[in-house]
Design a protein around this ligand. Structure first.
Ligand code: ADP
Length: 160
């Protein structure tokens, strides 16, 4: 049987313990994951795409089952390029649902082979979002426990 690989896309600006938890749990279901960092020209970008890739790689401790790549444009095109047809996403709250539901259906409309799989966030992580981590760190709040150690250090450097 060929290895079962899923794509885990997102902005990861910055990577959080919520993301890492989804990756660890995803690895129980798949042989490997491709973490796909979106190259979006977001207005309030904190770390560059290259920095996010490095932060993810650092946090993942060179786990060979996880590749970190970047993509731009349509996710389904990137999935096709990579020969992967399962997309993994995390669901935190009801508020995530509508957007995720629309996106999953849009992606399936674009490519009917693409399936999106959702994992419910663990109770320790449901309140963690990259945006809140960015905002709290920017204001000098303590985000230890919410992000991996290397991200914590990068945030301290950025906002010192
Ligand atoms: P996006 O910018 O597309 O929302 P993110 O980088 O915020 O991407 O997140 C990527 C994926 O990780 C999304 O599926 C998101 O729901 C999920 N995710 C983010 N934070 C958490 C968390 N704390 N627990 C579980 N899943 C999360």
């Amino acid at each position: 049987m060929p290895p079962r690989i899923a794509l885990y896309p997102g902005s990861f600006d910055p990577p959080t313990n919520g993301h890492l938890s989804i990756i660890q749990r995803g690895l129980k279901m798949f042989d490997g994951l491709i973490v796909a960092v979106l190259k979006n020209p977001a207005k309030d970008e904190l770390f560059s795409v290259e920095e996010r890739v490095q932060l993810l790689r650092g946090a993942l401790n060179l786990d060979k089952r996880v590749q970190v790549k970047t993509f731009s444009g349509l996710l389904v095109k990137f999935a096709q390029q990579e020969g992967v047809n399962t997309v993994l996403r995390g669901l935190r709250a009801v508020s995530d649902f509508e957007y995720e539901f629309q996106m999953a259906n849009m992606n399936r409309k674009l490519d009917k082979e693409i399936e999106t799989l959702f994992m419910m966030t663990g109770e320790d992580y449901f309140y963690i979002s990259s945006r809140f981590v960015r905002d709290v760190a920017r204001l000098g709040g303590d985000v230890s426990g919410l992000v991996p150690q290397n991200v914590l250090e990068a945030l301290k450097k950025r906002f010192k």
